[in-house]
Design a protein around this ligand. Structure first.
Ligand SMILES: [Zn+2]
Length: 81
C-alpha cells in the first residue's frame, strides 16, 4: 500500500483511500471510510459494523490534515490482527 500523506491535493478523495482498504477482518465484507465524527475518520465494515477509529484531524482542519487522518485510519484498519 502506498499513500502519500503529504500530497498537497486540494480535494481529499475518500474514494481514493477506500481503494486501499482491506476487507473486514471479522466477516470478510467490504469496509469503508467515514467521518461520522466531525474531527476524525473511521473505517467501518459495511456488514458487521466492526470499526476502527483513526487519528483526529488537526486543529486547523486543512486538507493535508484530512488526508493524514484518512491515511491513518486506513493504515490502522489494514494492519490490525
Ligand atoms: Zn465485518
Amino acid at each position: 500500500m502506498k499513500i502519500q500523506k503529504n500530497n498537497p491535493v486540494l480535494n481529499p478523495s475518500r474514494a481514493e483511500f477506500n481503494q486501499h482498504l482491506k476487507p473486514c477482518p471479522f466477516c470478510g465484507k467490504k469496509a469503508r471510510l467515514t467521518n461520522r465524527l466531525a474531527d476524525s475518520y473511521t473505517v467501518e465494515c459495511t456488514s458487521c459494523l466492526g470499526q476502527n477509529e483513526g487519528d483526529t484531524i488537526g486543529g486547523d482542519g486543512v486538507v493535508a490534515d484530512h488526508r493524514i487522518a484518512m491515511a491513518d485510519a486506513v493504515e490502522q484498519w489494514n494492519t490490525r490482527a
